[in-house]
Design a protein around this ligand. Sequence first.
Ligand code: ADP
Ligand code: MG
Length: 497
Amino acid sequence: MRVDGSLADGGNGDNGSSGQEISAAWSRVKRRLRAELGEDVFASWFARLELEEVAGGTARLTVPTRFLKSWIESHYLDRVLNTFRSEAEVVQRIEVSVRGPAAPARPVAPGAGKPNPTSGPLARLHAAGAPAPVPAPAPEPESAVRGEPADLNGAPLDVRLTFASFVVGRSNALAHAAAERVARHDGEGALYNPLYFHAGVGLGKTHLLHGIGHAARDAGRRVIYLTADRFMYGFVNALKTQNALAFKERLRAIDLLILDDVQFIQGKSIQAEFGHTINALIDAGRQVVVASDRPPTELEALDERVRSRLAGGLVVEIGSLDEQLRTSILAARLAAVRASHPNFEVSPTVAAYVAKAITANGRDLEGAVNRLLAHATLTGTAVTLETAETAIRDLVKNREPKRIKIEDIQKLVASRYNVSRSDILSERRTAAVVKPRQIAMYLSKVLTLRSLPEIGRRFGGRDHTTVLHAVRKIEKQIGEDAVLGDEVELLKRMLQD
Ligand code: ADP
Ligand code: MG
């Protein structure tokens, strides 16, 4: 790792951080990512992320493959930046680049990481008549390296990603039904071929693909699951060892080919080969299942014929997760974690908050669970709404603060406590009405800019001292009663939403 010359020399740079401090900060960043994202995610994407230098506020990070680079950039850039910045203020930006195989941690010169196609095994191939230069024989992503040699065994299926653990909701019901049918089909030929899923990040594509893989394997079918990276790697490797024919033969001797993240397939000859493979399999009646972040028509890198072939089966989009689906996925996740951490308790209030706050995708839900767990195990304390909010803050989309109306507060609080809004405005003094009334007054004070007299007027013409009394009383009770505290927090969130 290098830091700006002046800093590495111990000189007094504008930011005052030494190389050692940056190194230490980077180690903490990695530790935090590991704790927050979980071992698997960390091993897959971050284990080989290295800090090369920090210069002019930019932290230059390197990874061994383009795939990792684009993955980290599209999924984790903000997270890495925020984490790094919170550990080392000098870091204002991050850049991820691909490091060359022989130069693990050298400064990146322009063009580094793009091996020259006129030398090396690829050039030999090219000279021998391969259609066009192919990308670097990208080293495998970490997840694929583990366990298996780099050939066509396919990437291992994650035992947790099964149909059984897949929660079905409105947005994924069609995709799920198609996946089940394809996986359980045991007649001649293939059903919808190819079956093509597309959806944004974290909406369950990979989960469904693994589910298909497990089910089909259990039924005795020959299945290969490949990520785009693995497909490219396997193919480039086969070319290198003059095994391309065997590679293709093997691919074609299977019943079901599952290809994940095909938008990452790059390089002219690999794309051509990808097209041939798909065609050959489909023509031979083998099932092909593909997932991508976009519909086939938008896979610009691919040849028009390949695109239309991909579009020629059943194309299913998985929609975003609605709140109900998020709640169910979260409940399932929490239950799964509790199996190994029996003391890990997350109250329904906190779970409801997380499912409401995290709208983006299933991966963030998983991240949230990991953070809550990390928090609970590190501090040994129960997860409150407050700590949950801090733990998942950066996963929650920044929203414009909303102007909240007193009337909305009254309506929400009334419905929450099963009274009517006119009860709240009335003179009635039964406990069932007094408490929600006081909570509503308190919320009006903390969530709006209205004065006490104004709030009093809006609560059936009450005196401002009555409002003040209510505000003080609820403040005090929140401090003493954690359940009430969570309840009021939840109301706040619902109003701010
Ligand atoms: P994608 O491949 O579309 O980016 P993943 O399949 O990797 O998304 O899903 C991200 C995370 O969300 C995974 O942990 C996955 O198990 C979970 N997830 C997504 N959708 C569901 C679902 N319907 N049921 C259960 N878990 C889900
Ligand atoms: Mg995926």
